[in-house]
Design a protein around this ligand. Structure first.
Ligand SMILES: O=c1ccn([C@@H]2O[C@H](COP(=O)(O)OP(=O)(O)O[C@H]3O[C@H](CO)[C@@H](O)[C@H](O)[C@H]3O)[C@@H](O)[C@H]2O)c(=O)[nH]1
Length: 482
């Protein structure tokens, strides 16, 4: 193992989908590469305590040092229509004084700064401290390419992207269909579009970009990113990092039930940390599951019409018993399905479920963490993208990797009817052999990438070497042995 006296200060924006991959990278830097690691977690009134909750349930490894910054209250800076991406950007902007103070007071002083993609405005603090600064994008190379290239598209293309009939071309990458663009590109007049453009520009200011993907999974997009037409910054594919399996003792009834189900017979239905469905969609999904006559575990949240990401800033660290599922599920659904299905309010131990041999499919919103958790367990997917970059992830899963089925029309455009749900659920559980084989190949390729000598392991070693060289060039007295 390499030894180093580097101290990585990592910055994480609110939300479990951001915290989990930052924490996993931090643990990897600490245990495999002997870095000193401190994670700054920006919190909101709803998310505070999430990092410690995650760490408490993760007893398996040495832990990085965690500093939860005081919750940022932006209620006077937003309106009820302010989009999630804008809110995240405002929170990260407002958190800068606390970030500056935490970084300046660290002992030992940080020698590397790694911010997730919402934290790039804090690069100015790394510059003040004269330390290298890196962006960590806990998603795909393809998404990173679109984000980095969007400032160019912005100059070349007039009108709304979604009104185009032609695809959006990114040099060397799969083109993006207008309907699959990330949420901030849906409306070029909204503030979140300008925030997104800024993030794309700031990617190129970093000393390197770390991605939670790996060479064999996204060879073409990674080559394109390194081809200097999109970005001039080094790119390190270091994943797949996924959270560890949750400990025993959580949801014991659910896990006991799972024990008695036949192998690969259960579909897990969940929409990440913040996904919600409309009342009509919940009804159709419930009927579809029932009609399929397949076994299921469904993480159910109360309906919120109009905003698929409405629960993003809500606390997601445990069940919320103020909502009775029977109020928004079809009459008699729970009674009729109680032998084949389990309904879990709000939150479930996802990794424990996905690693269980009884689970044979995952109906997922295609958040990148959920995607990786499914793929690293060889579980095929029903792709049900809702927001953020999830439509692009669904394309990777269905059209590139062949490990997923998808709805005929995007679920954000039209309610997916019960008969289609029935077909998809049956399709992934009963007819999913080819997809399952491919998912298993992806699982093996991900394992190999992380092994000592694998592409992701080597990429992280390369990052540490490059960073050390940068540090030495900024201040030769920093010189350390690696
Ligand atoms: O009941 C639940 C629901 C979620 N999770 C965990 O929460 C995480 C959710 O992450 P992800 O699947 O990536 O979804 P989001 O929370 O929606 O993630 C946001 O961040 C991701 C990384 O940038 C993006 O890919 C997504 O589109 C964006 O919505 C995963 O580790 C899940 O295992 C649970 O443990 N139990």
């Amino acid at each position: 193992m390499e030894t180093t006296n580097l101290h990585a200060a990592m910055l994480c924006s609110p939300g479990m989908g951001h915290l989990i991959p930052v924490l996993e990278l931090g643990k990897r830097l600490l245990t495999n590469h002997s870095l000193h690691v401190t994670i700054l977690v920006v919190t909101t009134p709803a998310s505070s305590g999430q990092a410690h909750l995650l760490l408490q349930t993760d007893t398996g490894s040495t832990q990085p040092n965690i500093i939860e910054l005081p919750p940022v209250d932006i209620s006077c800076l937003i309106t009820p229509t302010t989009k999630v991406v804008t809110q995240l950007c405002i929170i990260m902007r407002e958190a800068r004084p606390a970030i500056r103070s935490a970084l300046s007071n660290m002992d030992p002083q940080p020698t590397i700064f790694v911010a997730d993609h919402f934290g790039t405005e804090s690069f100015e603090i790394a510059e003040e401290l004269r330390i290298p600064k890196y962006t960590y994008v806990p998603s795909t190379a393809w998404f990173t390419a679109l984000t980095s290239y969007c400032p160019v598209l912005d100059k070349e293309i007039a009108g709304q992207y979604v009104d185009r009939t032609e695809t959006l071309r990114i040099p060397g990458c799969r083109p993006v269909r207008p309907e699959d663009v990330v949420d901030p590109m849906l409306d070029r007049t909204d503030q979140q579009y300008y925030e997104y453009l800024r993030i794309g520009v700031e990617f190129s200011l970093s000393d390197g970009i770390l991605l939670n993907t790996w060479e064999d999974l996204e060879r073409k997009s990674l080559e394109a990113l390194r081809g200097h037409e999109i970005l001039k910054t080094p790119v390190y594919a270091i994943g797949p990092f996924t959270k560890p399996v949750e400990p025993d003792g959580l949801n014991t009834e659910l896990l006991e039930w799972l024990e008695y189900q036949p192998g690969q017979s259960v579909i897990f239905v969940s929409f990440g940390s913040g996904g919600t469905l409309s009342a009509e969609q919940i009804t159709e999904l419930a009927w579809g599951l029932e009609l399929s006559q397949q076994r299921f575990i469904w993480v159910v949240r109360p309906p919120i019409d109009g905003h698929a990401d409405a629960a993003f800033f809500k606390s997601s660290d445990g069940p919320d018993d103020t909502h009775q599922e029977s109020n928004f599920l079809p009459d008699g659904f729970l009674a009729r399905t109680h032998k084949v299905g389990m309904v879990v309010p709000m939150w479930a131990p996802q990794m424990r479920i996905l690693t269980h041999p009884s689970v044979g499919g995952f109906l997922s919103h295609c958040g990148w963490n959920s995607t990786l958790e499914s793929l690293t367990n060889g579980v095929p997917i029903v792709a049900w993208p809702l927001y953020a970059e999830q439509r692009m992830n669904a394309v990777v899963l269905t059209e590139e990797l062949g490990v997923a089925l998808r709805t005929e029309v995007l679920p954000t455009k039209k309610v997916v009817g019960r008969r289609e749900v029935e077909k998809l659920v049956r399709g992934v559980l009963e007819g999913g052999k080819g997809m399952r084989e491919r998912a298993k190949e992806v699982r093996e390729s991900g394992k190999n990438a992380l092994r000592k000598g694998g592409s992701s392991y080597n990429s992280l070693c390369e990052l540490i070497r490059d960073c050390q060289n940068l540090l030495n060039s900024k201040d030769p007295s920093n010189s350390t042995n690696i």
